[in-house]
Design a protein around this ligand. Structure first.
Ligand code: JFZ
Length: 430
């Protein structure tokens, strides 16, 4: 049945991809939303990183656990304290507008009710309930969009062969039918896009494992656009967007930066998203207590907005289904900040200053918001691209800011900015 849906899709080269009106609308929504929660959750969470820093959802690969041993993990996965309503309420309170959750990570284990394989949470986990289904239901109830992370790379499926850079210590036979694997993946994607109603987007990862493999991307991308034209397709391949994609993403770097060494610094025309961890791990790592401060994370969110990008901020839920309490606390603080300052973030686009050491600017309607994160000089120049500034004042207090008109912009005289201010925002009305 499922296969027939999938094979009925005519394959157009994605070079000719024309996004639907609903897709363009979703892109606007996405750019307005600015802030989402990334969730890395799977049977690997049970191992908590195995006592090593830097290992979580990669434990199967990094500890060279063969498939038949790793297959014992689902039986230990029993998140009795998982409460979808609590998660989604937390997300809303944080000021986030969407969630992107691992539907299948590199370990190949489906966190949803897959029919094509029983290597999934309903059939094999002790928990036995559809995590993704429960979360989707609650997201719909509370008005949060749900995106699915899906790993094209698979360390479990025998037909993921020939293999790439990873997955070579799993004890799988040195043979396999690559095309059968791609068919399997397309069937799982079909399941995800037909079993759970409207999906916010598909967040691919793993192509980097073997860039030159015959991924049949045109087919997969066409299938997704056919099943749900509005769903936003993106891929963490670290290259410029490939035809058929709807947004461009960056991993642990702001657009244009490459501190990680694997990011593409080119910025295309599509909506942008940057993902980042709250400590140093994606999945749950019991030893990783290097949590970033609320201030640093807000700065990242503001800097992302100034670069026209969303921030997808990650949490790795604990094996019992609760969100790490440190993350809950930080998200609460971020939400408090967003409640007060969200006007200068939500629905904005990047402002005229570009990204500077002192901060960034955002823009909405007849206002430019100058976000001073790291004040340097007592004067600050803002180019105005032909617009005439009528008023300048501090966001919140309304305190007047002195400015001097220049030929192409304005020169702001900054007041004394108190030490404990996370983001001093000056509003320029034109
Ligand atoms: C990928 C995943 O491997 C990781 O587990 C997590 O899901 C993250 C969001 O995305 O991270 C990568 C992918 C590729 C490289 C490094 C990290 N790479 O090619 O060096």
């Amino acid at each position: 049945m499922i296969l027939s849906i999938y094979y009925a899709v005519p394959v157009f080269s994605q070079e000719d991809y024309v996004p639907s009106a609903s897709n363009l609308e979703a892109r606007e929504w996405f750019q307005d939303a600015k802030f989402g929660l990334f969730v890395h959750w799977g049977v690997y969470s049970v191992m908590g990183g195995g006592g090593d820093m830097g290992i979580a959802e990669w434990i199967m690969e990094r500890k060279q656990i063969p498939v038949d041993q790793y297959e014992k993990l689902p039986d230990f996965f029993n998140p009795v304290a998982f409460d979808a309503a609590e998660w989604v309420s937390m997300v809303k309170e944080a000021g986030m507008k969407y969630i992107t959750i691992t539907s299948k990570h590199h370990d190949g284990f489906a966190m949803y009710d897959s029919k094509i394989s029983d290597y999934n949470v309903v059939d094999q986990a002790r928990y036995g309930k559809d995590i993704i289904g429960k979360l989707k239901e609650e997201c719909d109830k509370q008005g949060i969009k749900l995106f699915f992370y899906y790993s094209q790379l698979d360390w479990h499926h025998p037909d993921y062969y020939p293999r790439g850079r990873t997955g070579n210590f799993t004890g799988r036979p040195e043979s396999g039918d690559w095309d059968a694997y791609i068919d399997y993946m397309n069937t799982q994607l079909t399941e995800l896009l037909t079993q759970y109603g409207d999906v916010g987007g598909i967040w691919f990862d793993g192509m980097w494992d073997q860039w030159d493999a015959p991924w049949r991307l045109d087919e997969t991308y066409a299938l997704i656009h056919e099943l749900q034209p509005q769903t936003l397709l993106g891929s963490n391949h670290h290259k410029m967007p490939i035809p058929g994609e709807d947004f461009q993403m960056f991993e642990k770097d702001l657009p244009g930066q490459n501190s990680m060494g694997f990011n593409q610094t080119g910025i295309g025309e599509l909506p942008l998203e940057t993902c980042e961890t709250m400590n140093g791990s994606w999945g749950y790592n019991i030893k990783d207590t290097k949590f970033k401060s609320t201030e640093d994370l807000i700065h990242m969110l503001v800097r992302a907005a100034g670069l026209n990008s969303n921030l997808l901020l990650n949490t790795g839920p604990m094996p019992d289904g609760r969100i790490q309490p440190e993350n809950v606390a930080t998200l609460k603080e971020m939400g408090k900040w967003m409640k007060q300052y969200g006007e200068a973030i939500y629905g904005t686009r990047s402002g005229p200053t570009g990204a500077k050491k002192w901060g960034v600017s955002t823009w909405k309607d007849n206002k430019i918001y100058v976000h001073i994160l790291d004040a340097e000089d007592p004067v600050l120049y803002v180019p105005m691209a032909g617009q005439k500034v009528a008023k300048a004042y501090a966001y919140g207090s309304g305190e007047k800011i002195t400015f001097k008109k220049q030929s192409e912009g304005v020169l702001l005289t900054l007041p004394e900015i108190p030490e404990n201010i996370i983001d001093y925002i000056i509003v320029l009305e034109f």
